[in-house]
Design a protein around this ligand. Structure first.
Ligand code: AMP
Length: 184
């Protein structure tokens, strides 16, 4: 990591797979960030350093299915706070609330256990990537319907040209992302 920024170092370890899972989609694959122990540590620390300070520290971390679980659970553990999963429909066994939304490719429904967060809890919402912003918006709505306060949305990658991050910010959500990719 000599003489390059954390952001550039992370960007250098994201793989772009063209035309996957559908023609015209540039898939930003984060698995190379996870498989190298040194890179994984830099990635997690980039989030932990931001959220360990008293003013930004959440009460709980919520992760979006499925890559948001990988990052979110480790960040929660490091911050010594709990982790709650927001899952694709049909996976959570207890009583749930659900939200349906449009994806960059297709549509989806996500669910949250009704007892996953308590009213007034400050929640950090984590995913790997923001494209149209639909997934993060749906997750935020689920948490807010349970009375929680989403203090920030965080992701490794932002695809600003798809407009999701701008839309989320316009709706009043603070966002933190580490790497921007133009072009889609
Ligand atoms: P969106 O709801 O449109 O913001 O899409 C974000 C979700 O879809 C995230 O959970 C991503 O993992 C996934 N996703 C969407 N587009 C891409 C892409 N181009 N590369 C990798 N993941 C993507």
């Amino acid at each position: 990591m000599q003489n390059i920024s954390v952001n550039q170092y992370l960007r250098d370890h994201i793989r772009t797979v063209p035309d996957w899972p559908a023609p015209g989609i540039q898939f930003r694959d984060i698995t190379p960030l996870l498989q190298d122990a040194k890179v994984f540590r830099v990635l997690i620390d980039a989030f932990v350093h931001r959220y360990m300070s008293a003013d930004r520290r959440p009460d709980v971390v919520a992760g979006l299915d499925a890559r948001g679980f990988i990052i979110g659970a480790v960040v929660a553990y490091e911050l010594n706070v709990g982790f709650v999963p927001i899952r694709k429909k049909g996976k959570l066994p207890f009583t749930t609330v659900e939200e349906t939304y449009e994806l960059e490719y297709g549509s989806a429904t996500v669910e949250l256990h009704t007892d996953a967060v308590k009213p007034g809890q400050r929640v950090l919402l984590i995913d790997d990537l923001i494209a149209t912003g639909g997934t993060m918006m749906a997750g935020r709505r689920l948490l807010e319907r349970q009375g929680a306060v989403v203090t920030e949305g965080a992701a490794i990658v932002d695809l600003p040209e798809l407009g999701g991050s701008a839309k989320l910010r316009e709706s009043g959500l603070s966002l933190f992302t580490l790497v921007d990719f133009a072009g889609h």
